[in-house]
Design a binder for this molecule. Structure first.
Ligand SMILES: [Zn+2]
Length: 448
């Protein structure tokens, strides 16, 4: 039936007569609770990552804010508070390179409709689990919050040069699309945008003919790292992560180029390379896994790297003894925090890939790890970073855990922070690029 008011009595009475098992909602305003309560379950399709994007035109808000990694659809329980119910599905719909905003909307809608059918089946046979939204970070977007030309800016942002730069950096499976994209000109090659850059390293190794083959891309040679530092000192104002965040919140990050240095995975080698920072005044941030520092266990993702380093160094100690010396220890970390020479974030317990929804495991990896590092270091830790860093390397539930665990959290999927918008702060993974390659990498980033 067709009605002008979804909340009218005729709707309520007809539905009551129909006696539904489930109410499915897509694309309407708030529905009053007397109607929602006519079925044991009510589901809504929403076009945004909750709790950051709740309310009207959420998909357009994402585009308006150039927050392209948050192009999500959501299937959640419909309750009388708009978009606030339990979440059943929350998945990104990564835009194709040549896709218009209209086409993307359409694809997102059909993907969400399929997911709604799956959730419906899951609810009826009891195989689906819902998760409450985090109570922090929520935003309710209303028509009256929209600035002038909101719709125009949102559609233009979706296909702008900036969006193209974003889309170019996403993994592509289609071979033809890949071929066509590779032939496109880079819009801002060689030009460094303003904003706050957060660069990310893992291991810094000595330059003695270290064999990189088969080692994951987490290695930077010491001489390259020294060259990188020179580039950073020349091209950027160097700030700590906490300074970067306050620049961003004050709206000052768009006026110049700022850069912060971060290291993931708890390895000792970056700590030893700090002498290369010299008088630069850089305060780096270390993202720490609790397994190596609290439980004397090496991280699985370092297996090949550490084996190779052990062979090259040929130490007297056995591998098992030696391997623990390759990680930072608690005393060094405490010292660095106390004298202000470093800032600390957490990076899960075991460096697990957190792209699933096994809740207990996520809680141990993200939340419990963070709290145990806090008590070991005797201080609050404000930051968390996802391992592996790509959009597909985290599930919405892992992100919910991150939101409730740390005041700020990071990915390493690229991008420059220019405005303070909800979501993971952006970092750029740096490897063993020469100076030309580094400048190219830094100029090929989208801004948000
Ligand atoms: Zn890592």
């Amino acid at each position: 039936m067709e009605v002008t008011d979804i909340n009218s009595d005729i709707v309520r009475n007809s539905l009551a007569e129909f006696d539904p098992d489930l109410i499915c909602i897509y694309g309407t305003k708030k529905i009053r609770s007397e109607i929602l309560e006519l079925a044991p379950n009510a589901l809504n399709i929403h076009d945004g990552f909750v709790p950051y994007y709740r309310g009207v035109s959420s998909g357009a808000w994402v585009s308006f804010e150039s927050n392209y990694s948050y192009l999500y659809y959501c299937i959640h329980e419909a309750i009388s508070r708009l978009d606030a119910g339990i979440v059943y599905r929350l998945d990104p719909v990564v835009p194709y390179f040549f896709e218009s905003s209209t086409d993307h909307n359409y694809r997102r809608s059909t993907t969400a409709a399929d997911a709604m059918v799956e959730v419906t089946r899951g609810l009826l046979n009891g195989t689906i689990q819902g998760y409450p939204q985090p109570s922090v970070g929520a935003r309710n977007l209303r028509h009256r919050d929209k600035p002038q030309l909101f719709g125009e800016i949102a559609s233009a942002n979706f296909v702008s040069n900036n969006a193209r730069t974003y889309k170019r950096s996403r993994p592509r499976t289609g071979r033809i699309e890949k071929l066509l994209v590779d032939r496109q000109k880079h819009p801002n090659r060689g030009v460094l945008s303003n904003g706050w850059y957060v660069v990310n390293y893992h291991a810094i190794v000595d330059d003695n003919d270290f064999d990189h083959t088969g080692v994951p891309r987490i290695v930077t040679e010491r001489k390259r790292f020294a060259e990188h530092i020179d580039v950073y000192r020349r091209e950027f104002t160097l700030v700590s992560v906490s300074e970067g965040i306050s620049l961003l919140k004050r709206g000052s990050a768009e006026k110049r180029r700022y850069l912060s240095l971060t290291f993931d995975d708890t390895l000792q080698s970056p700590f030893s390379a700090m002498d290369l920072l010299g008088s630069s005044g850089i305060v780096p941030t270390f993202f720490i896994n609790s397994d190596p520092v609290l439980n004397e266990r090496q991280l699985k993702n370092h297996h090949t790297l550490l084996k190779r380093l052990y062979e090259a160094a040929r130490p007297v100690a056995s591998y098992d003894e030696w391997v623990l010396s390759q990680y930072m220890n608690l005393d060094d970390l405490r010292q660095a925090c106390d004298d202000g020479s470093a800032e600390i974030g957490s990076h899960t317990a075991t460096h697990a890939r957190v792209n699933h929804t096994r809740f207990e495991e996520l809680q141990v990896e993200i939340q419990e790890n963070h709290r145990s590092l806090e008590s070991a270091l005797g201080r609050e830790i404000d930051y968390f970073a996802f391992p592996y860093g790509g959009l597909n390397d985290r599930s919405f539930l892992a992100e919910f855990e991150a939101i409730t665990t740390a005041r700020y959290y990071f990915t390493a999927e690229g991008g420059i922070n220019q405005h303070y918008v909800p979501g993971a702060l952006l970092r750029i993974g740096i490897h063993n690029e020469d100076v030309g390659g580094l400048l190219q990498l830094l100029s090929d980033q989208y801004v948000r």
